[in-house]
Design a protein around this ligand. Structure first.
Ligand SMILES: O=P(O)(O)O[C@@H]1[C@H](O)[C@H](OP(=O)(O)O)[C@@H](O)[C@H](O)[C@H]1O
Ligand SMILES: [Zn+2]
Ligand SMILES: [Zn+2]
Length: 218
């Protein structure tokens, strides 16, 4: 499902370049799209962003925090499952402790606080707590919108639609819209999935193709 996309690194370089006088939102949102489309693994993306967050140049570190903030706001559970861990929170709190740049420290505390507020009713992300530091007042604008992301892929030995058994000839395929496993005949169509931020044509099953492309009643 995940292929590491070379242009992710290029986009991250661009989005966090210290030559930038202001945020390159186009590059930042393209990074979010690559993650949502499965072109780069969330873990890999976050590791690369973290490297930039600890860059000695405060501009680079701040832009990296903006990229992180946008990924959390736009990539849904793909990213939430990674940043909502105790381990990731430890890393962020380490950055707060070690950075010598006051604005990097402040932005990192703002993010932790915004996420703690946004995830306050999600037991899954209880590791995200605004504690142990003096936090700035919460900006109401930090309301989190949880973007929808494509479902994880199910596994199975038979096609979810026609029940044919997979084997050397009948290969498995996955529908990007419902995540179910299908034979080629039952998933031969492709379409964009804007609701998941997938702008390129991807494989979908017959039923999802019908739902996504149902003729609008004139
Ligand atoms: O080609 P294979 O060796 O069968 O491998 C399958 C393809 O990679 C399918 O990609 P696709 O859904 O884009 O076809 C994927 O959905 C299946 O899980 C894989 O088993
Ligand atoms: Zn089938
Ligand atoms: Zn489907």
């Amino acid at each position: 499902m995940f292929r590491n996309s070379p242009n992710f690194d290029k986009l991250l370089e661009k989005a966090t370049s210290h030559y930038q006088l202001e945020p390159d939102w186009v590059a930042i949102l393209q990074i979010c799209d690559l993650i949502r489309q499965g072109d780069v693994q969330p873990k890999i993306a976050l590791a690369a962003i973290k490297k930039k967050m600890t860059n000695a140049n405060p501009h680079v570190a701040l832009y990296a925090l903006l990229v992180l903030e946008s990924c959390v706001k736009n990539c849904g559970t793909l990213i939430h499952d990674e940043i909502g861990t105790k381990q990731y929170m430890e890393q962020l709190k380490e950055l707060v402790k070690t950075t010598t740049h006051e604005n990097v420290k402040l932005k990192t505390l703002e993010l932790i606080q915004a996420w703690a507020h946004a995830f306050r009713n999600s037991p899954k992300y209880r590791a995200v707590q605004a504690e142990g530091h003096k936090f700035p007042t919460l900006k109401e604008s930090d309301a989190m919108f949880i973007a929808d992301t494509a479902p994880a892929w199910a596994d199975g030995d038979v096609c979810h639609r026609c029940r044919v058994t997979f084997g050397m000839v009948q290969r498995k395929h996955h529908c990007r819209a419902c995540g179910q496993v299908f034979c080629n005949q039952c998933s031969s169509k492709s379409t964009t999935l804007p609701k998941f931020g997938i702008e390129k044509e991807v494989r979908v099953c017959e039923s999802c193709y019908g739902k996504v492309n149902k003729p609008t009643t004139a």
